[in-house]
Design a binder for this molecule. Structure first.
Ligand SMILES: [Zn+2]
Ligand SMILES: [Zn+2]
Length: 756
């Protein structure tokens, strides 16, 4: 007996090869009917023998294309009609608009095979792609996601490409960026003035120049990279000098997993991340004594590595004699990544020796994502290319909200229904270029997602650029959200939690409701509000921003806080190395309370310890001292821990560091190894977290713990805190898909605002 059913599929099912997949699934079973794109996803009707229709409905979600993300399937019975075949029907006008755009996707295995097949018509074509791979988000000007609304609009397809595009049996059916040597974009090599360099093969010429030690700007998916031979010490040093980047690590791209295994430890989690379609930069432990230049990641045990994700990358790296190439965002300092050819000539003039460009415009800048596997799960440190604009799926519907994030590592977030869309990494809003990018990203995201926010959520810090921007918005409800509350809400949202939790929010800086600088906070929180249940004790931050750049100031502030001027008589190496006048200046600031706001920051406690043990007195990038303190632990098997004091003041637990510093000073005197000291310090935090969590559970009955804030990007701390709290019977949640640091802040802001 024949039956007919309507099946509505919601989620990311457009631009990912879903219609040809359904066409094949239906025709293989001899079913008639049709499929069409709709506002929510796709609408399917199938008609045929009951068993075949049943089988179709079961298989549909199970065998969906790799890039599809199905969020809902609704099935209805219909009366049969005279349909005799299965058709792909054009989208109904105005309906295809409100669907999800796919992130950019790394080159698929099929296209990779063709790229290096001399018999293929796209042999060595640097823009080969199909419905399973290629650019999406970064070439989209507007919705719907159709070629005329992408930067491929200026490349009319040749007959051969057109035939593939129109054939539902073809892997390139409706692949919007479909192109070939005849009709598509082309590469060119330019000198730093923007003049074309005459050569037969620009890619081979670029490879030759890289081998000779040149720095080549390479146009990628979401922006330009600066490339250099990672084994060439002089080239890497030159790149650092030109980029004015002192010690912050560079990422390297290697041809394949086997090559990466020569200089990094790869476990299963690392391998899965490296080969995922998102192709993020993965932080992995480096092996000692490899040919990768030390200057790639000085003072760092980890190396950021990734695999080629565009055909151009594969052409640069396959069998070309490179162990790895440094591939770092092309920009000066912390400015946004360069995307436009002419802009590249102007802004990269002093940085690159030549430019490998192409004529497919990048419409949206999007940096590489950064991920580190910790405790069996990926931890996204920067969520950008490959992940954006894939939404975070929420447990509950929320109204349309724009959340503008923080100041550093900024992202913004837009919500719609049960979706929260985080923007790509915008960066540090301290410079004008980033600020422009912030406005651009906010505008573009609203346009392609068709969201008109009723509410704008922002951080309470009055000096954040994002806050000032939000306060200038008129006609919308404005809601300020406390920084650490937003961190915990972000963790709850990512994990689909509702109701109250015990939230540990540890980071460097966040504006507190008492006007002080918070950062070592334990909150009893839900989306609607929070109670500050515990925090690290306040110490002065002498010189504010200067204290962040110069951790030795925090060491002086902490020692003075606990021991008064008596500490000047202690035998401390870091003090002997300092000009006594600079120490005196800091002491006067602290004693007189001049430019010394009080802080409960956990990041600053790391700084103080790092400076005190002589590890680092000044930093060149954010959190450098804390990162190097973690690295110091290495394989140290010491089991001890420092004590921290826990004292109740006005119903709030205050965590005091006096016993910690006393024990640490004793260890310094007894010449305990720096690795052991660092480990004891980390374990002190783990222990006090357990103690605080137990007390709060006894008081409230809550047993769900959320860990958020940049400090939990510390792998050692995260691993041990997760273990210890779980062993204590807590259900522990932290971040995986969204950064624990300020890159995830906007998600939490949106959720808090939704509940006001
Ligand atoms: Zn492909
Ligand atoms: Zn073509």
């Amino acid at each position: 007996m024949e039956v007919r059913r309507a099946i509505d599929v919601a989620g990311i099912v457009q631009g990912v090869g879903f219609r040809p997949y359904v066409f094949r699934l239906a025709t293989e079973r001899g079913l008639a009917g049709y499929i069409t794109n709709t506002a929510a996803g796709v609408s399917i009707e199938v008609q045929g023998a009951r068993a075949a229709v049943d089988d179709f409905v079961v298989r549909l979600p199970q065998e969906a294309p790799p890039l599809a993300r199905i969020t809902g399937v609704a099935v209805r019975e219909l009366p049969c009609n005279g349909d005799a075949e299965f058709r792909i029907v054009a989208s109904r006008r105005g309906e295809a608009v409100r669907t999800l755009i796919s992130p950019d996707v790394a080159l698929c295995a099929g296209c990779l095979r063709e790229l290096f097949d001399p018999a293929d018509r796209r042999f060595r074509y640097p823009f080969i792609n199909c419905t399973n791979c290629g650019p999406r988000f970064t070439i989209t000007r507007n919705i719907p996601y159709d070629r005329p609304f992408t930067s491929m609009a200026v490349f009319p397809m040749c007959p051969a490409c057109r035939a593939e595009y129109e054939d539902p049996r073809d892997r390139r059916f409706h692949a919007q960026p479909n192109a070939c040597w005849t009709c598509g974009p082309q590469v060119a090599l330019w000198d730093r003035e923007g003049n074309a360099i005459f050569c037969e093969d620009p890619i081979r010429e670029a490879i030759a120049r890289l081998h000779a030690g040149a720095i080549v700007a390479v146009k990628g998916l979401g922006g330009f990279h600066l490339a250099a031979d990672a084994t060439n010490h002089a080239a890497v040093e030159l790149l650092r000098e030109r980029k004015r980047r002192v010690e912050k690590p560079f990422a390297v791209m290697a041809p394949n997993l086997e090559t990466i295994a020569r200089f990094c430890e790869i476990d299963d989690a690392g391998r899965a991340l490296l080969t995922s379609v998102q192709r993020p930069i993965v932080l992995l432990p480096r092996k000692p004594g490899t040919p990768v230049a030390e200057a790639v990641a000085p003072f760092n045990r980890d190396l950021g590595v990734f695999l080629p994700y565009t055909p151009l990358h594969h052409l640069l790296l396959r069998d070309t004699g490179f162990l790895a190439l440094v591939m770092t965002s092309a920009n000066l300092g912390e400015e946004p990544i360069v995307i436009d050819n002419r802009e590249a000539v102007v802004r990269l003039h002093e940085l690159a020796d030549c430019l490998l460009v192409h004529d497919r415009d990048i419409l949206l800048r999007c940096d590489d994502s950064v991920v580190r596997p910790v405790a069996g799960a990926p931890r996204v440190l920067r969520r950008s290319r490959g992940y954006v604009p894939m939404p975070v799926f929420l447990a509950e519907e929320v109204p349309p909200i724009l959340a503008v994030g923080g100041e550093l590592k900024n992202t913004i977030c837009l919500t719609k229904g049960k979706h929260a869309f985080l923007s790509q990494h915008v960066g540090d809003l301290e410079n004008l270029e980033s600020y422009k990018f912030f406005e651009e990203a906010a505008g573009h995201l609203q346009k392609i997602l068709e969201i008109e926010p009723e509410t704008v959520a922002y951080d309470l810090h009055p000096d954040y650029f994002s806050t000032r921007w939000a306060l200038g918005v008129s006609g919308r409800k404005l809601i300020g959200v406390q920084h650490h509350h937003a961190h915990i809400a972000s963790c709850m949202a990512e994990n689909g939690l509702v109701g109250r939790v015990i939230g540990f929010a540890f980071d460097g800086t966040g504006y507190g409701t008492d006007g002080r600088i918070w950062g070592g906070e334990v909150l009893l929180a839900d989306f609607a509000g929070f109670e500050r249940a515990a925090h690290l004790d306040y110490v002065p931050l002498p010189g504010s921003a200067a204290a962040v750049r110069e951790p030795w100031r925090m060491a002086v502030a902490c020692l003075h806080h606990h021991f008064g001027r008596a500490f000047l008589g202690f035998d401390l190496a870091f003090l002997r190395e300092r000009d006594p006048r600079s120490v005196e200046t800091v002491l006067r600031m602290v004693e007189r309370g001049v430019n010394s706001p009080l802080t409960s920051s956990c990041g600053r406690l790391f700084d103080a310890v790092a400076a005190l043990i002589g590890l680092r007195s000044a930093v060149n990038y954010e959190a450098q001292a804390a990162i190097e303190l973690e690295m110091l632990i290495g394989d140290c098997a010491d089991r001890a821990s420092y004590p921290l004091a826990l004292e109740e003041r006005d119903g709030v637990l205050v965590i005091g560091s006096l016993p910690l510093f006393e024990a640490l000073l004793r260890d310094l005197k007894e010449r305990v190894s720096p690795g052991a000291i660092s480990r004891r310090f980390h374990m002190a935090l783990v222990d006090v977290m357990g103690e605080v969590a137990r007390r709060l559970r006894a008081r409230t009955g809550l047993d769900r713990v959320c860990l958020s804030g940049g400090t939990f990007q510390n792998a050692f701390l995260l691993r041990h805190a997760l273990e210890a709290l779980a062993a204590d019977g807590f259900r522990v949640f932290t971040h995986s898909a969204v950064p624990a640091g300020d890159g995830g802040l906007s998600l939490g802001q949106a959720l808090v605002a939704a509940h006001q």
